[in-house]
Design a protein around this ligand. Structure first.
Ligand code: GDP
Ligand code: MG
Length: 687
């Protein structure tokens, strides 16, 4: 006869003792846990060739080290190496009761959940999708009614099945958010290196969690000073960012995990919601209202970003313009000196153009950080989940995609929150189709040039929508071809709403903004220099410039340069798209980064790149092109790769050049094909 030890855990009054009696009948033995005066009841039960020793653990809501009952329960499970834990869950009060389950899941013990009091739950109008919930929690779930003895056989079968399966690696785990996960990873590594004795008994992750929570029992067991210091430092860091104890933040995350799991799997036929978060969620994640509320919020975010953002943006533009002129004035060399030109036109002009965009980006990130830190973003992901599932993505993909409207680079990094590889790669691949901030500079140049006041807003909407629609189609195509496979279900965490701390928000916004700045500082600097060279060399003979004013001279120089020549060479290929060599030349620059398209077109039309130049440039465009060409420029820029930094980031995050090159190639081909079709049909219709 095989022997099994089953520990029966659960909240007080969940029906533990009732279930224990149901399983063991009269064969009971009452004693105390060693060293403490907590009653320990043991009983025997024989079933299908197994001799099951059931132990009725003290009733607890959690497994911290604060109360003797919790410590006893926790130590018993670990020290006695129990074969399976049966968690008695009061199904009529599920969210609170599942908190203990999350702790057991984290301890990675073989677990069976008994949904007891299922009669009361039914009366309350709760309907459980047990199959799905069981998949999310990775534990068998058996509904029981303890006082009527219902569910005994099913529970025993589940216990045996779970024991036979043994310890399995869990695929879903509660994720505590980037900052906490970073700290956990640090602690885990150092614990693994220094605490051989502890890791024999406890899993590294669980130890790291307890150490970060500053659990006294585990902290007192740590021998290495280094581990102690890292854990302490981590806890301080978290307190600093969130303005709260790590333990509280992490408890919030666990409740978030539970809320998410319950929201997906439990239907309430009777209105029984009460807490404040639940009340807000009743509106915000409502089937009818959720999406409109979300769209309005997003509209406000964009509106705010771009109305407030224009002020600091123009200050920065002025600052860079002034810096350029100041350096030009200070310089004792002739204005034709190559180094001066490189510094002023190449470096200050190129990088300055990108940095001027930083306020917009920072504001957008700030707004997103606020939405994230309050807990709304998790709801947005939840609302979008239904739609995203249809295209084979998870609702969580939506958050990085939203960041993609600011800049693809941090957005691609942001896909790290997606656990599933196929989901993540698909999201990365379609990310560039989210119209990023750099493209907006192109739209703001072109739309006012070709479209009447009342059509400008709708035009911008249309462009963004085309991007989104293409992303949806591409995602679908990827998910049925090269990234085919099941979307594994996992819990969407719905943490309770919190008042975010200003510091936390600023740190989150800045981290992403900094990435953008680094891109401007490194890759874009390098590209600016290369482009400057391509647009400055070779130089025409000085005689050919006589009699021309400086702007005309600049134009002739550009036409003569490498970039101008390439532009002319590819002109035949661009003709069917409605583009001439001038646009072609600017597009070459735009391959590197979309934000340079406008300044390059400015140079091609020799109107300078300053502010007064923008209006002149619009007049030039109006005189030389049709609205159809204007639209096609926007379309091409929307679909083609936003910048080389995006390609580099795709390579970094997928760890493969093939994906990066595939992304670049497909986007270019699709951009060409769609622009071609639109231009051809458009010019046919307009005669
Ligand atoms: P413990 O504190 O977890 O050990 O809970 P008990 O086993 O002492 O049960 C608390 C109360 O709930 C008792 O009055 C039980 O009769 C009752 N009870 C247990 N299971 C059920 C059930 O499934 N349905 C209903 N309605 N009552 C139950
Ligand atoms: Mg009891």
């Amino acid at each position: 006869m095989k022997k099994i030890t089953a520990a029966i855990a659960g909240n007080p009054n969940s029906g533990k003792t009732t279930i224990f009696n149901m399983l063991t009948g009269a064969r009971q033995h009452v004693g105390n846990y060693p060293g403490v005066t907590v009653e320990k009841k043991e009983g025997l039960c024989k079933y299908k060739g197994y001799e099951i020793t059931a132990v009725d653990l003290p009733g607890t809501y959690s497994l911290t080290a604060y109360s003797i009952e919790e410590l006893v329960a926790r130590n018993f499970i670990i020290d006695e190496q129990v074969d399976v834990v049966v968690d008695i869950v009061d199904a009529s009060n599920i969210e609170r009761n599942l908190y203990l389950a999350t702790q057991l899941i984290e301890m990675n013990v073989p677990l069976v959940l008994a949904f007891n009091m299922s009669d009361i739950a039914n009366r309350k109008g709760l309907v459980f999708n047990l199959e799905q919930l069981s998949e999310l929690l990775e534990a068998l779930i058996v509904p029981t009614i303890g006082n009527k003895g219902k569910g005994k056989v099913e529970l025993l079968d589940a216990v045996i099945a779970t024991v036979e399966q043994g310890k399995v690696k869990r695929t879903h785990r509660i994720s505590y958010g980037e900052e906490i996960e970073d700290e956990l990873a640090k602690i885990e590594t150092i614990v693994n290196d220094n605490e051989g004795q502890l890791t024999e008994k406890y899993s590294c992750r669980w130890l790291a969690i307890k150490l970060l929570e500053e659990d006294q029992d585990i902290t007192s067991k740590v021998k290495s000073q280094e581990v102690f210091d890292v854990a302490k430092g981590g806890a301080e860091h978290i307190k600093d960012i969130f303005g709260d104890e790590p333990e509280i933040i992490m408890a919030d995350r666990r409740y978030g995990f539970i809320s998410g799991a319950c929201q997906e799997t439990i239907k309430s036929t009777v209105e029984s919601r009460h807490s404040r978060s639940d009340m807000i969620d009743a509106i915000v994640t409502n089937r009818m209202l959720g999406l409109p509320i979300f769209l309005i919020l997003m509209y406000l975010v964009f509106q705010l970003t771009f109305t407030i953002g224009t002020y600091p943006m123009s200050w920065l533009e002025q600052l860079f313009g002034w810096a350029g002129r100041a350096i030009a004035g200070l310089w004792p060399m002739a204005s034709e000196h190559w180094f001066k030109s490189l510094l002023i036109d190449g470096i200050i002009g190129g990088v300055g153009g990108v940095v001027a965009f930083l306020p917009n980006i920072l504001l957008l990130f700030l707004a997103i950080a606020i939405l994230e830190d309050t807990g709304y973003m998790a709801r947005a992901a939840f609302i979008m989940d239904r739609i995203m599932h249809k295209i084979g993505l998870h609702g969580k993909s939506f958050i990085p995609m939203l960041i993609g409207f600011g800049c693809s680079v941090p957005a691609i990094m942001g896909t790290r929150i997606l656990e599933n590889r196929r989901n993540r790669f698909t999201t990365i691949m379609v990310m560039p189709l989210m119209s990023c901030g750099a493209r907006l500079t192109i739209y703001t140049l072109i739309i006012p040039a070709f479209f009447a006041e009342k059509w400008r807003g709708p035009m911008l909407w249309l462009i963004y929508l085309i991007g989104i629609a293409l992303a949806i189609i591409s995602a679908k195509v990827l998910r049925v071809t090269i990234l085919k496979g099941e979307t594994t279900s996992f819990v969407m965490e719905l943490p309770p709403y919190r008042m975010p701390t200003p510091k936390g928000i600023c740190i989150h916004a800045w981290q992403r903004g900094w990435l953008y700045l680094k891109k401007a500082g490194t890759i874009i600097l390098a590209i600016s220099i290369i482009l400057w060279a391509a647009m400055s060399y070779p130089k025409p003979r000085p005689e050919s410039l006589t009699g021309l004013n400086s702007q005309q001279a600049q134009q002739v120089k550009l036409a003569y340069s490498v970039a101008g020549r390439i532009g002319r060479t590819i002109e035949p290929a661009l003709k069917p798209l409605g583009f001439d060599w001038k646009i072609g030349t600017a597009l070459i620059g735009a391959t590197a980064a979309k934000e340079v398209f406008v300044s390059h077109l400015g140079i091609v039309y020799a109107v300078g790149s300053a502010k007064e130049g923008l209006q002149t440039l619009r007049e030039q465009l109006q005189a030389n092109y049709t609205p159809l060409t204007g639209f096609c420029i926007m379309l091409f820029c929307l679909i083609s790769t936003p910048c080389v930094a995006t390609i580099a980031m795709t390579k970094m995050e997928t760890h493969s050049w093939s994906w990066a090159i595939l992304q670049f190639a497909v986007l270019t081909v699709v951009a060409y094909a769609i622009t071609f079709i639109v231009y051809q049909i458009g010019s046919f219709l307009t005669g």
